[in-house]
Design a binder for this molecule. Structure first.
Ligand code: GAP
Length: 514
């Protein structure tokens, strides 16, 4: 069986071969950590974005959307804290000359220790069978206790070092834990330095400091600075939300793992404005709502988990990630943050304008608190692609590669396939295409054997293939083939609309969220 690394490599090459994702400017050997979406990728991405938008905006009477600019007044980023605090702690290995995020090295080391604990638990589970009690085992087994204490001590020391901005101690933790560079295998580390992740450029003809502007590192600030515009023009009452999708840019230093960590990526964010003191209630509400949304994609409930933040960002009083089990392990997919009134207060202070709400229920003015949900569209895309990709051995010994993307998200819903290029079959097939194309993304394919054409559609995740043969001309029936089961059935052309609609409609997924 192929290992996870090989599967991940296969997914990347499959994405290219079938027009999902290309490296940016590939003819010039590419641009690191920047990618383009091809003809299939753009459809899947759009469907994911639409599903998010509908679930957040259309399904909530008190959430509206905006589309703010990428460029914002430079003071925005002073106020938000990004100029001073949007940094990654970096460390270089002197032998391999490779650069790492110090926090990632430490967290991965701790994850290894936690892996050892899990191994002990799994072994004991097997040994004791039904009578196994995990809680008792973890609180009494010497090896588990020792490893747990080790992991806790490292994390707590690391947390303190970050809180005190003590970069020397962050380095010392790496040395004390005997963390080695995965490339050179050596412990020959440089100092740890902070590196600001914002891209800057200049506006206008004169390149002076005062003209420097940033490419937004998050879409959220476009929402904060428009808070009053939306509240007043939309007569919104607290609690209410503002949603937005759009590009964000970060000069990621350690940019690996395909579209997981990019320098230009797309975020889908929602800021929910609430009365101060109610933020934890809403934080928990959005944690539940968002994990439910992810699970509704059908990628396996066991592949999602929460991870509470060890170090809170400069703006948060509670924060967690929804992690997904990517081919390279559980990693952040979405962030949920209780951002307090940090951003609105900061913008009040820096702009000199009031950003307050008069709450008629308690007869008070206040700066609202904010609970934010923030998911990366590209990471979401990768989560779906990596679980949908299957290599399946068929009874005849061949391998079928299919993308089992949920039908409502599939780039193409229906492939129309005339069995032959003659005898009036293509013309009849076009009639069917004309019937379905107004409601569904369809493709027409008359090249190669029908078996090859089925495989091509499986590879891009098309849920339905409709074959038009000589019998179609006689009785207006076609065969419809289902991607997941490969089963074929003969149905009347007039039934097609309903069969397809039932499977590809977003409605069922949206209803499951209630
Ligand atoms: N406004 C809050 C915010 O930006 P974040 O945790 O830094 O929070 C939110 O980012 C989400 O954006 C992440 O959970 C991830 O899905 C996505 N994201 C962040 N950096 C990314 C990158 N370099 N490449 C792709 N997606 C990224």
């Amino acid at each position: 069986m192929a290992n996870q690394d090989d599967i991940f490599k296969n997914i990347i090459s499959h994405s290219k071969e079938y027009g999902f994702i290309f490296q940016s400017s590939e003819i010039y050997d590419g641009l690191s950590a920047v990618y383009d979406y091809g003809q299939m990728g753009v459809e899947l991405k759009k469907n994911l974005r639409d599903y998010w938008w509908k679930a957040m905006v259309q399904m909530h009477e008190n959430i509206v959307g905006i589309d703010a600019s990428i460029f914002m007044h430079p003071t925005t980023w002073k106020a938000s804290g990004h100029v001073d605090a949007f940094n990654d702690p970096l460390i270089d290995n002197k032998d391999s000359k490779k650069r790492y995020r110090a926090d990632v090295l430490i967290e991965e080391h701790v994850a290894k220790i936690e892996g050892k604990i899990q191994k002990e638990i799994d072994k004991a589970k097997e040994r004791f069978g039904e009578s196994f009690n995990e809680e008792t085992f973890c609180s009494t087994n010497a090896r588990v206790l020792e490893n747990q204490a080790k992991a806790d001590a490292i994390l707590s020391r690391f947390k303190t070092a970050l809180e005190n901005n003590d970069l020397a101690d962050v380095r010392q933790i790496i040395i004390d834990c005997e963390i080695v560079c995965p490339i050179s295998g050596s412990k020959n580390w440089t100092e740890v330095r902070q590196f600001n992740l914002m891209f800057s450029t200049s506006m206008g003809a004169v390149t002076e400091d005062s003209n420097i502007i940033y490419l937004r590192p998050e879409t959220a600030q476009g929402i904060f600075v428009n808070f009053l515009n939306v509240q007043k023009s939309g007569r919104m009452k607290i609690p209410f939300g503002i949603a937005q999708t759009g590009k964000a840019f970060r000069n990621e230093i350690v940019a690996r793992q395909f579209i997981f960590r990019m320098r230009e990526f797309e975020q889908m964010e929602m800021q929910f404005f609430v009365r101060p003191g109610t933020e934890m209630e809403w934080y928990n509400y959005w944690k539940d709502a968002r994990i439910k949304w992810h699970k509704s994609l059908g990628m396996g409930n066991e592949n999602y988990r929460f991870h509470d933040h060890l170090k809170l960002a400069h703006y948060a009083n509670a924060a967690c990630d929804i992690e997904f089990n990517f081919p390279f392990g559980f990693k952040e997919l979405e962030g949920i943050h209780s951002r307090t009134d940090f951003d609105l207060k900061a913008h009040e202070q820096f702009s000199g304008k009031k950003l307050q709400y008069f709450d008629p229920e308690i007869n008070q003015n206040y700066v609202p608190y904010v609970v934010e949900t923030s998911v990366g569209l590209d990471r979401l895309f990768l989560s779906v692609l990596s679980k949908a990709y299957t290599e399946e051995k068929l009874e005849d010994g061949t391998t079928r590669i299919a993308l089992n993307i949920p039908a409502f998200l599939a780039p193409i819903k229906v492939a129309i396939l005339p069995l032959l290029k003659k005898d009036g079959l293509p013309e009849k097939a076009r009639e069917i295409m004309d019937l379905l194309k107004f409601d569904h993304a369809c493709t027409f394919d008359e090249k190669d054997t029908i078996g090859k054409r089925y495989r091509r559609q499986d590879a891009i995740g098309t849920p339905f293939c409709i074959t038009i043969d000589h019998q179609t001309l006689e009785d207006n029936t076609v065969t419809i083939r289902h991607r997941d089961t490969m089963k074929q059935e003969r149905v009347a052309i007039e039934q097609l609309q309903q069969i397809v609609e039932e499977k590809v409609s977003l409605k069922k997924a949206l209803k499951s969220l209630n």
